[in-house]
Design a protein around this ligand. Structure first.
Ligand code: PLP
Length: 321
């Protein structure tokens, strides 16, 4: 049971991970080449934009900003919705920023969508069990939103079963369409993995709870350490296991043209692997340079990685003449 929603078994479709449902949702709600628009978070999981483009729809990014802790402003969303908008993709806790959308924002989004009944919602809730600010609240729980929301989740994050490739999506109207896509593509998710996922989901949850606690602690640790690094500032993530520090000043200090040059040098000169903001979409104007850390790593590795980054910046800081 998810938030008391009236989900029936026939509304739920199992797939080979959560990822394929992004494509199935776009394919089921837009027509290739017809000018249909899909709004998605930027920065965001890169598959949203690539699948929108691959399936002949128009990508319309809604920008996430640091001063709102990466929750987009519903007023900005409102400006982007047109009669051609067919799908709105939401993702919280969010990859790559760790940001959340609060109940108030979700209610504001629902109020906007009430005026645009042609818009479906894809709620990518793959990190819903890694939400640090109390009970996760789905947009599908807002009155009037359940029927038009595709809820997607999976086994890869909560139960660390990434390689088992099990995801699931639910929608009372579109479930039969998803089943047809799956029949015509992957046939079915591995039956062995499905049984394993049932064990994970229905078995004792203490290990999953312990990991959530551990991610919460690691998140606090990495944010504290990153904020001590010269030229770096970092917001506290509300969930998932990513930190999204602003490295604009650090780039300037070491003479890196941008976050991508910073990332490459950090990898080759300090042995620390991060991703740059451009791997999650075009940089948001006025937001500067960011990189993404995954803190799905031990405290020791986090401490070592951030210490190497601090040392790398200190070593390379240009002297002002
Ligand atoms: C936001 C988001 N959605 C979906 C996925 C895909 O999950 P899965 O491994 O279950 O396909 C990921 C994985 O990184 C993700 O970050």
């Amino acid at each position: 049971m998810r938030g008391g929603l009236p989900i029936r078994p026939e509304d739920v479709v199992i797939g080979a991970g959560a990822k394929p449902f992004i494509a199935y949702a776009i394919l089921s709600t837009t027509d290739h080449g017809a000018g249909d628009e899909v709004i998605y978070p930027n920065p965001g999981f890169p598959i949203y934009e690539s699948q929108i483009l691959a399936n002949g729809a128009k990508p319309v990014p809604v920008h996430l900003k640091e001063d709102r802790d990466f929750a987009f402003d519903p007023a900005e969303l409102e400006k982007l919705v047109t009669p051609r908008t067919k799908l709105l993709i939401l993702n919280y806790p969010h990859n790559p920023t760790g940001g959340l959308l609060g109940k108030k924002e979700l209610q504001a989004i629902a109020a906007i969508l009430q005026k645009h009944p042609q818009v479906w919602v894809y709620a990518d809730e793959i990190y819903s069990r890694l939400c640090f600010s109390g009970e996760f609240f789905s947009i599908a729980q807002v009155p009037g939103m359940y029927e038009r929301t595709i809820i997607c989740d999976g086994a890869s994050k909560t139960w660390a079963m990434t390689g088992w490739r099990i995801g699931f999506a639910s929608n009372p109207v579109l479930a039969p369409a998803f089943t047809r896509w799956i029949t015509n593509t992957e046939s079915c998710a591995s039956q062995i993995s499905q049984w394993a996922a049932i064990e994970a989901i229905t078995g004792p949850q203490d290990a999953a709870e312990m990991m959530k606690q551990s991610f919460l602690e690691r998140g606090k640790l990495i944010v504290r350490l990153l904020n001590e690094v010269p030229g770096v500032r970092c917001r506290t993530p509300g969930g998932a296991f990513y930190a999204w520090p602003n490295v604009t000043e650090a780039c300037r200090m070491i003479g890196a043209a941008d976050s991508e040059e910073f990332r490459k040098r950090l990898l080759h000169e300090a042995g620390v692997a991060v991703l740059a903001d451009i791997h999650f979409g075009a940089r948001v104007p006025g937001e500067g340079q960011h990189v993404r850390f995954s803190y799905a790593a031990s405290n020791e590795m986090i401490e070592k990685g951030v210490a190497r980054m601090a040392d790398f910046i200190r070593r390379n800081t240009r002297k002002v003449a």
